[in-house]
Write a protein that binds this ligand. Structure first.
Ligand code: GP9
Ligand code: MN
Length: 409
């Protein structure tokens, strides 16, 4: 264990340190932070029309007034939503199998909530599912959330629920009522649910028709995506009505893919392609990341990144300089942010290359190329996953007080 710690620390210390962007550091100081996990939302659904219907009209307008990361990848494994939460909070990868929320819920972590408390934030989580699902009740305590509003804290009836539970529109409505009375500044994580497999939705909530392909799953998915978009719009309206908008920032991320490889034929048709290539499949692992800061114009950012990069980004926006804990993320606004994302299955993406299933591809053309192009980064990708696993299996954060300090802007 102590050997592992030394090796991991040496590796992280040798990595280039983030050169923080002085225009961004502390921009959200003392503002409330809303972070929304958008269930099963893939980037490919944004800025897209189906049979003349815009699938995400609200998000499409929001990204024009936000920092929108369009080359941002999910890094989840079997722990799905909870893996995304874990990675975002801790800048560690989830585990190669099983869900870390179950298997390592008593480790020491330097999570976002814990670190934001240093800046006087009050961290809470809101999700209208049973509190024991994914072992959240225990894990949220470990991660430092002060309060978890779960299904039992919501008014859930037959009328306002579908599929997995409370629909997103009433979920957001009731959540804003809970959040508005919290001590400020708060850090509020809200987890949506309606856009979850099998994507069922009653007629009255369908704002667009279903798609028409050989995949019933994809056909329904577009309607729940459209519904979630509407729910997000109403959420922003409620936040404004509650007088919380100006003094808050909003981080919205997709947790993982919604449409699996099994539906590749229908997905190809949906995207207007004849067939999906290996590179297309990797590109379908992109999920949206939107950082909306009222009063700040924002811009589209196309450097390659992943969920592991969210924690340093949030802490630095909040003006927190002490990035603690062993982890693998980089501030997304850092002037030297590397173009790099590692997926949990060992695939990785750089500015020019995609590596997946043991093969190296030209990202632009999709052509398979000499493995030598991917070789140096293959080592780095494997090291990230292997060392992240070591941190979790060995509970190495128990011994790691703090990590490399970034250059102060
Ligand atoms: C349930 C929600 C959805 O609480 O997190 O779970 P998923 O299957 O996507 O992990
Ligand atoms: Mn999910």
């Amino acid at each position: 264990n102590s050997e592992d710690l030394a090796v991991v620390k040496a590796y992280l210390d040798a990595e280039p340190k983030d050169k923080l962007n002085p225009k961004m550091f502390g921009l959200a100081k003392e503002r409330n932070i809303f972070i929304v996990s958008m269930e099963s939302l893939q980037s490919v659904m944004l800025e897209r029309e189906m049979l003349g219907y815009e699938l995400t009209p609200f998000l499409n307008s929001l990204i024009k007034e936000s920092f929108y990361f369009d080359q941002f990848y999910h890094q989840t494994g079997q722990g799905k939503t909870s893996d995304a939460e874990f990675t975002v909070d801790n800048m560690l990868y989830p585990l190669p199998s099983g869900a870390v929320f179950f298997t390592h819920s008593h480790n020491k972590y330097y999570s976002i909530p814990k670190q934001l408390k240093e800046n006087g934030y009050y961290p809470v989580a809101l999700h209208a599912n049973d509190k024991t699902f994914w072992n959240r009740e225990q894990m949220y305590k470990t991660l430092g959330y002060e309060r978890f509003f779960s299904a039992e804290d919501y008014e859930v009836t037959a009328e306002n629920s579908v599929g997995w539970g409370l629909k997103d529109i009433p979920f957001f409505e009731q959540s804003v009522e809970k959040v508005r009375v919290l001590p400020q500044p708060f850090y509020a994580k809200l987890i949506t649910l309606t856009n979850h497999y099998p994507f069922t939705l009653e007629e009255e909530d369908r704002l667009i028709p279903q798609y028409n392909s050989n995949s019933k799953t994809l056909n329904r998915y577009v309607t729940t995506v459209r519904y979630m978009d509407e729910a997000l719009k109403q959420f922003f309206d409620s936040v404004k009505a509650a007088g919380l908008y100006e003094n808050s920032i909003f981080i919205l991320y997709g947790d993982h893919y919604g449409i699996s490889k099994k539906h590749r034929k229908a997905m190809a048709m949906f995207l207007g392609k004849e067939k999906l290539s290996a590179v297309d499949h990797v590109q379908l692992q992109r999920v949206p990341l939107i950082i909306h800061i009222p009063g700040v114009k924002g811009k589209r950012i196309s450097s390659v990144s992943g969920q592991v990069d969210v924690k340093p980004t949030i802490l630095h926006l909040a003006g927190n300089i002490s990035l603690r804990g062993l982890g693998f993320g980089h501030d997304l606004f850092a002037l030297n942010k590397p173009d790099f994302a590692v997926l949990r299955d060992g695939s990785f993406i750089t500015e020019n290359f995609v590596y997946t299933n043991g093969k190296c591809y030209n990202k632009r053309t999709g052509e398979k190329i000499d493995g030598a192009f991917c070789e140096p980064l293959k080592q780095q990708a494997q090291t990230h996953l292997k060392f992240s696993d070591k941190v979790i299996y060995g509970d190495l954060n128990r011994f790691a007080e703090s990590r490399k300090k970034p250059h102060h802007p």
